[in-house]
Design a protein around this ligand. Sequence first.
Ligand code: ARG
Length: 417
Amino acid sequence: MPALVLAYSGGLDTTTAITWLTKERGYDVIALNVDVGMSREQDVLEERGLAAGAARVIVVDAREEFLRHFAFPALAAGAVYQDAYPLATALARPLMARLLVDAAREEGAVAVAHGCTGKGNDQVRFDVGIRTLDPALAIVAPAREQAMSREAEIDYLREHGVAIAWETKGSFSIDENIWGRSVEAGALEDPWAEPPPSAFAWTRAPADAPADGVELTISFERGAPVAIDGEALAPVAIVERLNELGGEHGVGRVDHIEDRLVGIKSREIYEAPAAVALHAAHRALETMTLSRSQLRLKRQLAAEYAELIYDGLWFSAHHQDIAAYMASTQRHVSGETRLRLRQGAVTVTGRRAAASLYDRALATYDREDAFDQSSATGFIDIWGLQTRVQARRQLLDQMPGALHIASPAGAIGEGSP
Ligand code: ARG
């Protein structure tokens, strides 16, 4: 039988896919589990895969690579989709696509498969990644070809003699990795309804978190986090510790109406304590070390970067170009940010950097002031020159008083009771 490599999570959907790909499509299924952290099924995964008929189950610990080459570059870039989603799921897909392709080549497989449905972004990320890296591989997506309900999947497995005790689980669709937890569907489909407590697994409700909060210092080197409270830590340890600490203090909950690439608006809940805290800390350090123009352009490109990650275009020249700019901006982003995590809030309480652009002698209102205030009037004269000329020639003469309101269309809120 021809071999196929399946991206395997150990959950019901991809376990069913093993049996389906074997029985209905005649493949020898090699189940590849890419461990990007936080998987709940890790311990039973191999057993389940084999029970469902996999020829082999391979587990790859990709956590460090995921953080170093996917999550941390996105952090340094400030890539947050629609100002809300730190992109945990989206960042893991291109890594999984690459590892699928690598495994397919090693195993001499003719096809790869994933468990995505036909309504989401993940199918796009997998398919675009795989087809870009190896156009010769066929892609099979069982859940897209033949959607089955949870009950139907359990029945199907039972019919084929696969006896696995599936814990009853809620109606949420969940994807987790070390950078964050994504939750959709079920009770969340009503955008007016507050997410039920059962939607959350990593974070305490902010109101139940300790009133005192906690303070910590995060060190960065060239834009990447390297230590907590002065203790040098590897990427996985840093993110795990911040997930735990942040979760305890209710940090990192996001409730977002998100625009999927396929045009659907979707209600998404995220829990990403480490990502949210690290983005805040990193941004604070950049305010010290980047100029105003660098901050401005970088912010614009960050939105573009977030979108290309979200849209599944990781393996593109556009990405390489933006990544090169982002890496260049980080060469002086080394230093420390002090954060307070308290009842859901992340507050920056201090920042310092060796290459800081903050100059106290310039900023101070004390006697040590080094800023020459007399040069300000000449600067203002030239700065406002065009605005003054235009007002005199075009605005004041024709419509006296017109400058009192900014917009000829009237003020926002005008006319409401
Ligand atoms: N909306 C997010 C994204 O597109 C999360 C998707 C999560 N997937 C899932 N199976 N629940 O990246």
